[in-house]
Design a protein around this ligand. Sequence first.
Ligand code: G6P
Length: 618
Amino acid sequence: MCGIVGYIGNKNGIDVVTRGLERLEYRGYDSAGVAFFGVGQKRLQVIKTVGRLDALKHILAKQKKSGAFGTAVIGHTRWATHGVPSKMNAHPHIGCKKEIALVHNGIIENSDALREALSREGHVFRSSTDTEALVHLIERMISFGALSLEDAVRQALRHVRGTFGIVVISSRWPNRVVAARRGSPLLVGVGKKNEYIIASDASAISEHTKRVIYLDDNELISLSSEGHRIFDIANNTLFKNASLITWSQEESQKEGFPHFMLKEIFAAPDVIENALRGRVLAKEGVVKLGGLESVQKKLEWIKRIVIAACGTSYYAGLIGKYLIEEMAKIPVDVVYGSEFRYAPSTVDRSALVIVISQSGETADTLEAAREAKRRGAKTVGIVNVVGSSIAREVHAGIYNHAGPEIAVASTKAFISQLVTLAMLAVFLGTERKTLSDEKRKEFLKELVALPRKCRFVLKQDQVIKKIAKKFSAAQNFLFLGRKFNWPTALEGALKLKEISYIHAEGYPAGEMKHGPIALIDQHFPTVAIALQDSVYEKIISAIQEVRARKGPIIGLVTAGDSAFQKYTKHIIAIPQTHEALSPVLAVIPLQLFAYHIACFRGADVDKPRNLAKSVTVE
Ligand code: G6P
């Protein structure tokens, strides 16, 4: 996601901050910016650019020649969430009087309400970001008599809902930097002689100092040449010792995980929370999808839905079909992006076409969206990258908010697509009045419980690793599931072949007897998703057929299903949830299984051969 770097000290802060931003490039970004005071200067300088950091560095190099030497500097690489990538939307953001500059990671949930209130008081907004509300709010606190920058920031944060890691500077207090966090990581590197480097990620700090203070939620820190003070929102002073970081540069980027893929699988609980944030009010039974407002009227009378996508996103689409048909009773077809244009199609004005794409750049999916529009259909995008080609092409959309995915094989983005589709299914079911209040509330209750249940699944990592080791020499795998988890089986097989190069096939369990069963023998393992749901007995029949042919079985079962032990000793248990949400939990062990097998086989997990993260050719 976005990256933050801040500096206060005697070195040239512009150099320190740009170098730090370079270290954060791996996280992905679409624009960048810095704000600083030149030595002896009273006014804030703000420089922002769209695209790679080089453009920003080029401008800063010129500034440096003319003597700019920041002692208090903040910088940011932005990965758009609210508002397209643009110079205006890039950070740092400044207030009306151009006295305060702020960089922010996270999402301010009540930014609309804050914006409205502050606009009424005369504040003028320039960007479409949620962040800008916060800088105006701090400015307001100063005009209303806050005695210091830390006081103004602290008071402003009392009015904010959502998540933030922020760093703030002000020309009224040019020798001070204030930072705060809630939900978004922020750490403070402690250098020599009261020099501090603040960053969202240790990789921006570790070349300067190994001593860091980790801020916890709702904590603030005020830094100056005299030292630092840590305090909470209620202004209680806190005492924290600096810890020593022992990670190398690359390890810091992976936050201690050996591969980005593993880090991204472990991000699942956060990814779900980010997708749900501000959209689901579980108690009230309400789903709000602001991105669909422009097509909401049309959604009332569409006759059918067609989902177009590729790869992992296509499998998310298959689960989406079950979800939408179950909740909203609208018929759904799922088509590969690459087939949409060429298949004889009945898509017309009466259809809604949903395109799903992590990158928002997949050429086949983009062309499907264009073709759908030519045929008169309304299009909705489920896209992770804000401002990407598909996001711009569609009539309306829902962003996943999963953050950049670095490993080529998609994991956390898939999870966020499923959660987004679940919200969409409830949204459509509510519009169509096909969902009783009770059913809706029950489903949303389970939806918001998913992050907690994901954490339980992730705790099975070592069990999964052991099973993966046992089977890492296999040449073939069969993955079976039914109903909601048939596509999960397809995704499990895809993950395994993508990163371990083992031949794997996913099948709806009922189809096994129509072909794949011919392959089964003692060397051909089957991964069976056998959860205690409406198709449990059916899956058990397929498992019996595999056992009868001496095929080894790995069972993905509901926690507490001790009876399953009679079929195999290789068991991975996941918590019970609503059947329609079970793929979210079931796919995680399959991702981990593929990951560990690939590691045991010595494969290049994050960059598998022949694959690209974003396929922009047809
Ligand atoms: C490539 C990637 C897959 C991804 C597919 C669709 O093949 O390697 O991981 O699922 O593209 O990508 P999209 O960005 O449209 O979701």
